[in-house]
Design a protein around this ligand. Structure first.
Ligand SMILES: Nc1ncnc2c1ncn2[C@@H]1O[C@H](COP(=O)(O)OP(=O)(O)OP(=O)(O)O)[C@@H](O)[C@H]1O
Length: 397
C-alpha cells in the first residue's frame, strides 16, 4: 500500500506517539511531522465474496476507528476468516465498492504492500530461528539496518514480556510464549491495523483468560487498531470496544459488548449471545416504554430490541437470561416484573451454580441459582424484570 506516512523501507521509522500525532526520524536524524492519521482507519463498503457458486460474504460493510478493538464474532463457517483474509490482502474480494485503509483504497493492493499484519492461531513462527530472529524477520525483509531492527525487536519483546527469552529456541517455548512471539513479530512492523484470527484458540482455558487481559493491555498501550476473530462470545465481550456478529456471510448485528449482551435483536443473536429462555408471543399493546405480549394466555412485558416498532397482533419472540430469573415472594408482584407459576422439571449441578428448569404454561423456563439450598421440589412462582425481557420479530432468524 502506498500508505500515507508509512515508509516501506529502512529510511525512516514512524514513532507511535498515539496514532494521530506521529513523527518520523529520517536518516539524517531530523524529525518530520507526519500527516495526522484519519480517525476512521478502515472502511469496507458492500463486500461480496464467492467460492464458485457459494457466497461466503454477502453485502458486508464495516468500519474501524483508530485505537479501536473490533471483534468479528460468529459460529464456524460464518465468514470471519474469509473477511480477515480479504482485509489482509491474502484473498482478493469478488466485488467491493470500497476497501479504504488509512485513507487509501487498497482493494487491488496485494498483501505485501498493505500496512497490516496478521496473527494466526498456529503462530506461523520459523522453527530454525530463535525468538529475536523471528521478531526481527519482517524488518530484515524490509531492509531495516541491523542495529535498528535489533533495538526495535528487543523493545517489542519487552512489551510482550519476553525480553529474557530473546535467544531461546522457538521449540522450547510454551504455547502462550509462542503466541507472544508471533504478536511481537507482527507488532514490530508497526502496522496500522493488527488482524488476529482466533489467536488464543490453541491455548488452554486459564492461559487464554490471562492472555485476553494481556492482549487488551497491549492494544491499549500501543494505541493500535485491532480486528479480532473469535467464535467465543465470552472472549468478544471481555476485549472488544465493538462487536460485529456474523452469520452465514452477513453482519447481522453490531454494537458494544453491553448492547450485544443485553439487546440481541434476532433469534440467532439471542441464542448465540446465550439467552437461554426464548418463546413466541403476540403483541397485545405497545406502550411508550414497554410492550405487552401474550403467550398461551399468559401476559408479559418486555422491551423492543430490533429496528422499527411492532404493532398489536404482531408475532414476536421474547428472550431473557436464566440468571435474571428468581423465585418470587408471596406478595403481589412489584410493577415491572413478569411472573409465572412453575414446577421443578430438572436441576443440573454446575459447581458454582445450579441450572434449574421449571415447567410452565409457556414451556420450560431456565433459572440459574447460585444458592443450592434455595431450590425446593415444590411448585413455585418465578419472576424476572420486564426491562430484562427483550422482544424482536419472530419471523427473522
Ligand atoms: N478456499 C475456499 N474454498 C471454498 N469454500 C471456502 C474456502 N474458504 C472458506 N470457504 C467456505 O466459506 C465459508 C466461510 O468460511 P470461513 O473460514 O471464513 O468461516 P469462519 O467463520 O472463519 O469459520 P471458522 O470459525 O470455522 O474458521 C465456509 O462455509 C467455508 O467452508
Amino acid at each position: 500500500m502506498a500508505g500515507r506516512g508509512h515508509p516501506r523501507d529502512g529510511t525512516g521509522k514512524w514513532c507511535q506517539m498515539g496514532l494521530n500525532e506521529r513523527q518520523m526520524t529520517t536518516e539524517d536524524g531530523s524529525v518530520e511531522a507526519a500527516a495526522p492519521r484519519p480517525a476512521r482507519i478502515l472502511e469496507v463498503n458492500r463486500l461480496v465474496h464467492t467460492f464458485g457458486d457459494f457466497t461466503a460474504l454477502n453485502d458486508v460493510s464495516l468500519s474501524a476507528n483508530s485505537r479501536e478493538f473490533v471483534t468479528l464474532l460468529g459460529p464456524s463457517g460464518s465468514g470471519k476468516s474469509t473477511l480477515l483474509r480479504i482485509l489482509a490482502g491474502l484473498e482478493l474480494p469478488t466485488r467491493v465498492d470500497a476497501l479504504i485503509l488509512d485513507g487509501h483504497d487498497v482493494a487491488d493492493v496485494p498483501a505485501n504492500r498493505r500496512n497490516v499484519a496478521t496473527v494466526f492461531q498456529h503462530y506461523g513462527l520459523f522453527p530454525h530461528l530463535n525468538v529475536l530472529e523471528n521478531v526481527e524477520y519482517g524488518l530484515r525483509v524490509r531492509k531495516v539496518a541491523k542495529a535498528e531492527r535489533r533495538q526495535r525487536a528487543l523493545r517489542m519483546l519487552e512489551q510482550v514480556q519476553l525480553a529474557d527469552f530473546a535467544h531461546r529456541n522457538i521449540a522450547k517455548l510454551s504455547g502462550g510464549q509462542k503466541q507472544r512471539v508471533a504478536l511481537a513479530r507482527s507488532l514490530v512492523l508497526e502496522p496500522v491495523i493488527l488482524l488476529l484470527d482466533e489467536p488464543l484458540g490453541a491455548l488452554d482455558e486459564k492461559l487464554r483468560i490471562d492472555m485476553q487481559v494481556e492482549l487488551l493491555q497491549l492494544q491499549r498501550s500501543l494505541g493500535m487498531t485491532f480486528i479480532y476473530v473469535t467464535h467465543s462470545q465470552e472472549e468478544a465481550l471481555t476485549m472488544s470496544d465493538r462487536i460485529l456478529l456474523m452469520n452465514q456471510g452477513r453482519i447481522v448485528q453490531e454494537g458494544t459488548p453491553e448492547d450485544m449482551f443485553d439487546r440481541p435483536a434476532s433469534r440467532f443473536a439471542a441464542s448465540f449471545m446465550g439467552m437461554e429462555n426464548m418463546f413466541e408471543a403476540v403483541v397485545a399493546e405497545v406502550g411508550p416504554e414497554t410492550i405487552t405480549v401474550t403467550a398461551d394466555g399468559v401476559t408479559f412485558s418486555g422491551i423492543w430490541a430490533a429496528k422499527g416498532a411492532p404493532a398489536a397482533g404482531d408475532r414476536v419472540c421474547c428472550a431473557f437470561r436464566s440468571e435474571k430469573v428468581r423465585i418470587a415472594g408471596d406478595g403481589a408482584p412489584e410493577p415491572g416484573l413478569n411472573r409465572i407459576e412453575g414446577s421443578l422439571e430438572s436441576r443440573i449441578y454446575k459447581g458454582k451454580y445450579l441450572d434449574i428448569t421449571y415447567r410452565t404454561a409457556i414451556g420450560p423456563l431456565r433459572m440459574r441459582e447460585w444458592d443450592a439450598h434455595a431450590v425446593t421440589d415444590e411448585a413455585v412462582r418465578i419472576e424476572w424484570r420486564a426491562s430484562q425481557t427483550i422482544l424482536f420479530p419472530a419471523n427473522e432468524q
